[in-house]
Ligand binder design. Structure first.
Ligand code: SF4
Length: 287
């Protein structure tokens, strides 16, 4: 099955509503240093097509409950550069539209704007990930720039499409001083919701980060390996530091009048939105 129940591992910190997940591509060419997908998918940064995806989706969609939300995508970006030519994500959207399926899109790509004509007639929300305005060339080397992504938010919002920001991941000493600026700019671009999450490296993303920022190595080692703790395969910051980062995002969101949630932080008192992933935006009357 390509359309699967989200979170097959049932992570105990995941608070996502029941939904399905589809990754139209295997792997992702954006090459983000913090990516988690590379820890469990071979050659992850080599984006490739899936065999017979569209035929399979047409079959699988008949088994999906009509009120369901399909999340595009949770492991890889649904709009890698090859989508311009292949149009696989677009074909999936056409099928979902035909069946009245609700869709939550998570992307860093401006290619999503090509599909505005479809999205306008669907029950859909688009969340765009922006993590840094300073280090994007270093940490998201092949993704569209965050400035382009802000333009995407503006365009989509102007077309009446519900939008949110994924401020994910926040890495102390790398991008935690950019939180306010990013939320401010995204708010001006029309978002209604923010999902924030601190960096929870796995071993491979940890090594990539250390190589990119050798001058921050000691500080990050202290924060993650000495004062933090390992939960499953991920390294977590100490909960008081995570709380202070997340609380700051929450305060800013309330100042800006945005709904706010966290992802896999296990900090239940933080967040005021009906969904952690922004899928409440799909149901336009709710907030
Ligand atoms: S866009 Fe997402 S899936 Fe793609 S490399 Fe970056 S973090 Fe990984």
């Amino acid at each position: 099955m390509h359309i699967r129940r989200f979170d097959p591992w049932q992570n105990k910190f995941c608070t996502c509503p029941t939904k399905y997940s589809l990754n139209p591509y295997t792997g992702c060419s954006h090459g983000c240093v913090y990516c988690y997908g590379s820890s469990y998918i071979k050659d992850f940064f080599k984006c490739r097509e899936k065999n017979n995806l569209i035929e399979n989706i047409k079959r699988e969609i008949k088994k999906i409950h009509l009120q369901s939300v399909i999340s595009l995508s949770n492991t890889s970006d649904p709009y890698p550069p090859m989508e311009l030519d292949k149009r696989i994500t677009r074909k999936c959207l056409e099928i979902f539209k035909e069946h009245g399926i609700k869709v939550l899109i998570i992307t860093k790509s401006d290619i999503v704007c090509r599909d505005i004509d479809l999205l306008k007639d669907m029950e859909v929300a688009v969340t765009i990930t922006i993590t840094t305005l300073k280090y994007y060339e270093k940490i998201e080397p092949h993704a569209p720039t965050p400035f382009k992504r802000l333009t995407v938010l503006e365009k989509l919002s102007r077309e009446g499409i519900q939008t949110g920001l994924r401020l994910d991941p926040i890495i102390p000493s790398i991008n935690d001083d950019e939180i306010e600026q990013i939320i401010n700019l995204a708010k001006s671009a029309g978002i209604r919701h923010v999902t924030a999450s601190t960096f929870k490296p796995r071993w491979d993303s940890w090594k990539r980060l250390m190589n990119l920022f050798p001058e921050r190595k000691d500080n990050l080692k202290d924060l993650y390996l000495i004062r933090g703790k390992k939960l499953g395969n991920s390294y977590y910051l100490d909960s008081s530091l995570r709380e202070s980062i997340i609380a700051k995002v929450g305060e800013l969101c309330s100042i800006f009048g945005l709904t706010f949630s966290t992802c896999r932080e296990n900090l239940p008192k933080y967040g005021n939105s009906k969904s952690c992933d922004g899928s409440h935006l799909i149901f336009k009357s709710s907030g």
